[in-house]
Design a binder for this molecule. Sequence first.
Ligand SMILES: [Zn+2]
Length: 481
Amino acid sequence: MAFFIQSHRWIDGIVPYRVGESGVTDTAKEMIKWVIKYWYRNTGIRFRLRKSESDYVKIVVEHGLGGGRSAIGRRGGMQKIRIDPDYNPPWALSHEFAHMVGMLHEHNRPDRNKFVKLTSKADDSYAIDSSGIMVGPYDCRSNMAYLGDLGFTYIPGACDPGGHGLSTGDRKGIKYIYAGALGSRIATYDWTDGWTTAFFYEVAGKPFMFFLKAKDGTVHIHRVNADGKVGDKIDEYDWKSGWTTAFFYEVAGNPFMFFLKAKDGTVHIHRLNADGKVGDKIDEYDWTNGWTTAFFYEVAGKPFMFFLKAKDGTVHIHRVNSDGKVGDKIDEYDWKSGWTTAFFYEVAGNPFMFFLKAKDGTVHIHRVNSDGKVGDKVDGYDWTKGWTRAFFYEIQGNPYIFLLKDLEGFPPPIFFPGEPRINAARIQVLPDGTIGSDLERYDWDISWTTAFFYQVAGKRFMFFLRAPDGIVHIRRVGLSA
Ligand SMILES: [Zn+2]
């Protein structure tokens, strides 16, 4: 389908551009116009004449160049696409545009040896790029697959080369990479410190955000505006301290909130009112202490809750009754200690659970059985330590996981010398539920303690909060077009 460089995305899928002055014939002008339109129609990537943006593309016409050249992805500052309108057909310019948004040649994919055979003419530019991100299967019809080449030949039967411009696979690949990409910041708030739990929810089609301080039990509920920003506060509560876990869930069309104190095992379940406010308490439980992770999930239309103790690895799975109350325990496990993050996700209709240990970066992915129980482990990874937040999100069938590392909670040396200091990443979730490559890596100057993805009025956002100082950033996600 497609092959991409890691990171270096154009923010919001917008590419500011300028056309160089010299050599711009009418043919060149027409060709550039055509390609810009072609890319907008087929990928949603938008080209906008550069005003003062610091990162931009300069399209330079060079007669006699004998081919096109482009940097790969957004490199920072001015970068050039060099084209030769006497030599390049329009789809060759489209090839350079594809490099510019981050695409690599198909024949540099790690799986290319099944499709192409190198000749003695192959130089370093034919080497496999093991850091590249493969999206879907090898695509012999890609705009990034050479039609004829001296450096390799296509293996008969394995490849059916041909076609011009962006293939169906290219278009899907670009959508996959850009639809979930973190975009521009639309809001910054400087709140009080101590907000430890925050999440988005919808009641009667209206969007809200819930904020809680574990230390003193302060709760604020805000409307969310149509532009994704945090709107008016509609209610606040002054509860007791110690609520460490809270989440929203719906059963039989009715909205509820679940509240848990890790320290003493107190659980409260509340109805939510149609105006988004926390309503009557419908039940309470007095459990054992130490439950650090809890979430709601549905399998085959049936609702369940998952509970985990990080300290000793105890796991309980409960049915959820149609009145919203926690029902029978259907299973329990006695795992190893140290699992600090866990969540449920679905890919192509199949349910999975993700488990992570912040301390050493161990990750397990399990299938979830149709009876709600945790099924077979389908994969495991050995990541770097310090990842404290991870969540799944999906945009138009494209699945991703977003990760945050707490650099302060896990003081140095957590990075090997020369290793980039990464404290956030967007990673690929493959169609079989397992995890692929890092799509984007970030080196941010602060460590966020809470983050979540949400959608309002068809637009997508990510919310980032830092408990120690109450800094909040809201960023766009995906293509702005
Ligand atoms: Zn190329």
